[in-house]
Ligand binder design. Structure first.
Ligand SMILES: [Zn+2]
Length: 208
């Protein structure tokens, strides 16, 4: 298995490449920016991109998705509840003062319970609204791995003051969908360091 996470763009969104060296296939999660670098890495690893998965439609997570699709032909997957945010890309670019990236409607949704990812490394989609209405986490149960987008951070949780955010809902999502996962589950967060479900259950000050 190939698993690489690296921050991209001015807001340092964690982008993840998960690849299977046997099948030669990969997925990319949250290609927010620096698409040339992501594409170059896929080429270096001899991986063919199968899916572009976007945890939510904030500009720093979705901004490079269309460009990556144009370079690789891979479909973009995004939960339909974030389509209103996708259509606010001009506003989002204005919030952080960067040019508006070109975006397009996703090729497929990311519904709760849906299986995505690679044949050997499938993930279940967990719909975890609160940071945005279409926020999802990806649970790779056999790998004991969660990609959490901006829902859960090491020692923190996603902000809920932007359009579509809801503070009670994000706590409910985290408690009912994420804290029920095994303690040893590694969590790749949308920004900053990785953590584990056990560490967050024990010490995250937003979850007590
Ligand atoms: Zn976000």
């Amino acid at each position: 298995m190939i698993l690489e996470t690296f921050p991209v763009g001015p807001l340092q969104c964690n982008c993840t490449i998960l690849g299977d060296e046997v099948s030669g296939e990969a997925i990319v999660v949250d290609p927010g920016d620096e698409v040339a670098r992501i594409a170059r890495r896929l080429t270096e690893l001899s991986l063919k991109l199968k899916q572009i998965i976007v945890t939510h439609a904030h500009i720093d997570h979705v901004g490079g998705a269309l460009r990556l699709k144009q370079l690789t032909g891979a479909p973009i997957l995004l939960n339909e509840n974030d389509l209103p945010l996708l259509q606010m890309m001009d506003d989002q670019a204005g919030w952080i003062g960067i040019p508006t990236p070109e975006t397009a409607l996703p090729d497929a949704g990311l519904a709760d319970g849906q299986l995505v990812g690679l044949e050997r490394y499938p993930a279940e989609v967990l719909h975890t609204p609160g940071h945005t209405q279409g926020s999802v986490c990806l649970h790779f149960a056999p790998l004991k791995l969660l990609i959490a987008g901006d829902t859960l951070f090491a020692g923190s949780i996603g902000r809920t003051d932007l359009p579509g955010g809801h503070s009670g809902q994000i706590i409910e999502s985290i408690e009912s969908r994420l804290l029920v996962l095994p303690d040893e589950t590694k969590v790749l967060t949308g920004h900053g360091p990785a953590t584990t479900i056990g560490a967050e259950r024990k010490s995250n000050p937003f979850l007590r």
